[in-house]
Design a protein around this ligand. Structure first.
Ligand code: NDP
Length: 472
């Protein structure tokens, strides 16, 4: 231990940027992990005047920007052309042979990811945040150690290292290492002809829709009969039906038993129900676990729960006074906007003069499946558990665009209302542009508006969103 470290070790409860020995910390704040939460906290704390250091072992931007929401959404823009092109003839367009080139889409998406990565880094540098592109770990309540051995001290440390895809072990599933996760999908050399996806959650539904639209044959293996847990069941049923109509096959109530490489390079997947499926790629989409391994939490007494998530209180406070955590590593709500709010709230509370804890009520969310599904507030099932009188309003309609292109796929909007107060408790939508429409409607739900308020709003015609104010 260096003299500096020894001094800092004694410094728990340090005040005013100085250790107990009167030494100055290297930083007011050191952030480990440059994803959505970490970048926001670093930038805001620096804007408040803090001296901020940050370490990132991969690329600045984190899961959302580098290997999650952003590249996924960009790939989906590419995939959405498939449906538009299929209906183009009915809209008067004569198109030459439709041919899709995965490499072009993949490379253009990666170029955009790199551009955003550069912008994130530039913003941090503009705020004088010192960026260390290395893995970092805790070496004490105020000490961070980089992979190159260098140690630095900080008055406060923020852990924003996110979560990592779960994969089965080879012991649990022979051949498990032949599968990949969402991380690797973005860099695939070729579009697989046949894909098996394990899981029935967000990533499974989104990638099933993506691969299917691009022309792959897709099988989704789900261990139970329930998919997209937490979403309104009626909407999930609608998605599963629409996906099946597009050719996606769902194998429910079954699990993987073995994965074997075949002489032709394909994979043979054995299922617990006794069947076998052949594919070119196996993708695990079975959840993400907090990325706390090797983070040195024990050196600072930072406690975790049974799932390895860092236990936090208000503003991300952990069991160590000088250490805080935000985002997926805390395993509260694994969504980018939540991590950003948590990072902002932490930085404002400790480096600014504004204290506003994060409000976790009525968080809107969407699954960018085909069609997409979006939701805010209570589902019908959850509302019935809490409220004695519940009213349900539905609109089940064929979007106007589908009528000309001959598609039979229908949209479903569902409103859950407290029968006693008339307050709208939840809104659930599946259909084209549902996430775009729901974000605006979520303001009304969050504000506690009533069904009467929705009814009093004039429809904007002709639109799909107008269904929200015409629900009977
Ligand atoms: P999810 O939690 O959404 O779904 C995991 C799926 O895997 C569930 O169907 C689950 O089944 C199943 N599963 C879990 N363990 C096993 C196992 N041992 N064997 C077989 N199946 C298993 O996780 P994802 O990986 O899809 O996504 C991770 C997180 O990332 C999401 O929770 C979400 O917060 C975030 N995300 C958000 C997106 C968005 O906002 N659009 C998009 C992508 C990800 P069961 O339900 O029975 O437990």
């Amino acid at each position: 231990m260096t003299a500096g470290e020894a001094g800092v070790e004694k410094s728990l409860g340090a005040q005013d940027g100085l250790t107990k020995d009167g030494e100055r910390f290297d930083y007011d704040l050191f952030v480990i992990g440059a994803g959505s939460g970490g970048v926001r906290a670093a930038r805001v704390a620096a804007a408040h005047g803090a001296r901020v250091g940050l370490a990132e072992e991969h690329r600045v931007g984190g899961t959302c920007v580098i290997r999650g929401c952003v590249p996924k959404k960009l790939l989906l823009y590419g995939a959405s052309f498939a449906e538009d092109l299929a209906g183009a003839e009915s809209l008067g367009w004569h198109l030459p042979a439709r041919q899709f080139d995965w490499q072009i889409l993949r490379d253009n998406v990666q170029a955009e990811v790199s551009r955003l990565n550069g912008l994130y880094e530039a913003t941090l540098r503009k705020h004088n945040v010192s960026i260390h592109l290395e893995r970092a770990r805790l070496a004490g309540p105020h000490i961070v150690q980089l992979a190159n051995g260098r140690t630095m001290t900080a008055r406060r440390i923020l852990l924003a290292v996110g979560a990592w895809p779960i994969m089965p072990t080879v012991d649990a599933l022979p051949g498990a290492d032949l599968g990949i996760t969402s991380n690797e999908v973005f860099g695939l050399a070729e579009l697989p002809r046949r894909v098996v996806i394990l899981g029935g959650g967000y990533i499974a539904q989104e990638f099933a829709g993506l691969f299917n639209a691009l022309g792959s044959s897709v099988s989704v293996v789900v261990r139970s009969e329930t998919m997209l847990r937490g979403y309104d069941q009626e909407l999930v049923d609608r998605l599963v039906q629409a996906s099946a109509d597009k050719g996606i096959s769902f194998r429910t109530g079954t699990d993987l038993r073995s994965v074997e490489r075949q002489p032709d390079g394909s994979l043979l997947i054995g299922l617990s129900k006794g069947e076998a499926v052949r594919c070119d790629r196996l993708v695990y989409a079975m959840g993400r676990q907090p990325y706390t391994g090797g983070l040195g939490l024990e050196t600072a007494g930072v406690a975790t729960d049974a799932a390895g998530a860092i236990i936090v209180g208000e503003y991300g406070a952990t069991t160590c006074k000088s250490i805080f955590a935000v985002g997926d590593v805390t395993n509260r709500v694994q969504l980018t906007p939540v991590a950003i709010r948590e990072g902002q709230a932490f930085a404002d509370a400790f480096f600014g003069d504004h204290k506003a804890p994060v409000d976790y009520e009525a968080i809107p969310s969407a699954c960018f499946s085909q069609p997409p599904l979006a939701s805010v507030g209570l589902t019908e099932a959850a509302a019935r558990l809490i409220h004695p009188v519940i009213k349900i309003f539905r609109s089940d309609f064929r979007p106007m665009k589908n009528t000309l292109t001959g598609r039979t796929e229908r949209a479903l909007y569902k409103m859950v209302v407290d029968g006693t107060s008339d307050r709208v408790l939840g809104l659930h939508m599946i259909g084209p542009d549902a996430p775009e429409i729901l974000q605006a409607a979520a303001i009304a739900v969050k504000a506690g508006l009533t069904k009467r308020d929705f009814d009093a709003t004039m429809a904007l015609h002709p639109s799909m969103a107008e269904e929200l104010v015409l629900l009977r």
